[in-house]
Design a binder for this molecule. Structure first.
Ligand SMILES: Nc1nc2c(c(=O)[nH]1)N[C@H]1C(S)=C(S)[C@@H](COP(=O)(O)OP(=O)(O)OC[C@H]3O[C@@H](n4cnc5c(N)ncnc54)[C@H](O)[C@@H]3O)O[C@H]1N2
Ligand code: MOO
Length: 397
């Protein structure tokens, strides 16, 4: 056990060996959602550009009000019109989004105004700046509104549009290569023979990588030989920015990934004190970051979520952030402790407590699909009913 990397140390080591591996490009906003911003966006205007009305009503100078005053309505200001300065002592009919005229500082909503002939009376004393949205309330000229390294969301598209921006500098998509290993594996769509299983990690990894916004540029399956594994890696190295693999990283003589890595590059770490996912291997192959995920499907999932996701984020130019957890009380006891950090597949019940799926084998994937996330139980720690542990919903990854 002493040779296993601690979970946090492994995260640090992978961060240490990762760097941005993609160039920049300019995209129109319509194509930019989901891409990584390459340069900070600084507001070139204030939003809103002028003080404007939050209500349909009347604009006035607050100091002009006294009980029973009959205000003349000296102009009508619709949104999009440039107002004249307010004639002192009068008010202006104004509509939501219209600019406040010079000389006015307050808006009374029309429900609180009594028309009296061609004049208007405001029964309640207004407060200064009522219903006025000040210039720059949302964004100030010169303010950094989105930082480089942020993944562009639909909210950002709205924000950028309100600044009048139609193009952004983003990073090109990361080209990710995927290697699967194992002589027992066959692709879906073919019939199983004795001893065979379907390759599920390849499609799952492709889907995870694609969902994260990267490009799966090449998928190769290698036979369980050192030569075939080396040949597959060499092919992937020709065109991929980062390489992930599944299986073949344990200690058996059928496991050739680590051996091939040692021949072709530098191995930085092997074996982490986590369950599932212990035999993860991390290397660099002629500058190309590589992560070898263990083949058991839940081990592949867990190590993708914690390590591959982080590596791909950094290499694609994204700000490296670990997923957000929140504390949830356990709804069960577990006296057994292990010397590895454990990521139990759990669901949170209506009572707010976390319940472990009864099937925690790293070979079982249905348990993950029936769960909502991971409960992180630190090494050598029991789980006690009612005690809180960090919960990471799958949506956080
Ligand atoms: N003597 C020891 N044996 C094992 C150890 C150990 O420490 N000493 N560690 C175990 C742990 S923990 C794990 S995790 C696995 C990881 O092994 P590998 O990464 O070498 O994976 P494989 O042996 O190639 O496969 C494991 C398992 O997963 C299935 N698999 C592999 N690839 C796929 C795929 N693409 N799709 C679906 N299923 C896949 C494979 O058939 C095996 O059942 O090692 C333990 N052994
Ligand atoms: O560390 Mo392994 O993933 O338990 O089977």
């Amino acid at each position: 056990m002493s040779t296993l990397f601690a979970f946090e140390d492994a995260l640090e080591e992978i961060k240490h060996n990762a760097n941005v591996r993609v160039e920049q490009q300019t995209l129109t906003l319509t194509n930019a959602v989901g891409r990584i911003l390459a340069i900070d966006v600084v507001a070139g205007i204030s939003v809103p550009t002028h003080d404007n009305s939050a209500m349909d009503g009347y604009a006035l100078a607050c100091a002009d009000w006294y009980a029973g005053k009959h205000f003349n309505v000296s102009q009508r200001i619709a949104a999009g019109r440039h107002p004249e300065p307010l004639i002192p002592g009068t008010c202006a009919r104004i509509f939501t989004g219209a600019n406040i005229p010079a000389g006015a500082d307050t808006v009374v909503m029309q429900e609180n105004a009594q028309p009296v002939g061609d004049k208007v009376v405001f029964d309640e004393q207004p407060s200064l700046a009522d219903n006025v949205r000040p210039q720059g309330q949302d964004m100030q000229l010169g303010q950094t509104v989105i930082k480089a390294g942020v993944k562009i969301t639909p909210i950002h598209i709205g924000l950028l549009s309100s600044l009048g921006i139609s193009e952004v500098n983003v990073y090109k998509q990361l080209n990710v290569g995927i290697l699967t290993t194992g002589d027992e594996l066959i692709p879906t769509g073919t019939s199983l023979k004795a001893g065979q299983i379907y390759n599920s990690n390849g499609p799952m990894l492709s889907a995870l990588v694609t969902q994260a916004g990267h490009n799966v540029s090449l998928c190769i399956h290698a036979a369980d030989t050192l030569e075939d594994t080396k040949a597959a890696l060499k092919t992937l190295m020709q065109s991929c920015d980062v390489i992930l693999s599944s299986g073949g990283v344990s200690v058996g003589e059928e496991d050739h990934v680590k051996g091939a890595l040692e021949k072709l590059g530098k191995v930085h770490l092997w074996k982490i004190a986590i369950k599932p996912g212990k035999p993860l291997v991390h290397a660099t192959l002629q500058g190309i970051p590589f992560l070898g995920l263990p083949g058991n499907p839940s081990s592949t999932l867990v190590t993708y979520h914690w390590f591959a996701r982080l590596l791909l984020s950094i290499c694609s130019g994204q700000i490296a952030e670990l997923p957000q957890s929140y504390l949830v009380d356990a709804g069960f006891n577990r006296n057994k402790t292990i010397q590895r950090d454990e990521f139990l597949r759990v669901s949170v019940g209506k009572d707010g407590l976390a319940y472990a799926h009864p099937q925690q084998s790293s070979g079982a994937l249905l348990a993950a699909s029936e769960s909502q996330g991971y409960l992180h139980v630190k090494a050598n720690t029991q789980v006690e009913y009612g005690h809180s542990y960090p919960f990471y919903p799958f949506s956080a990854f």
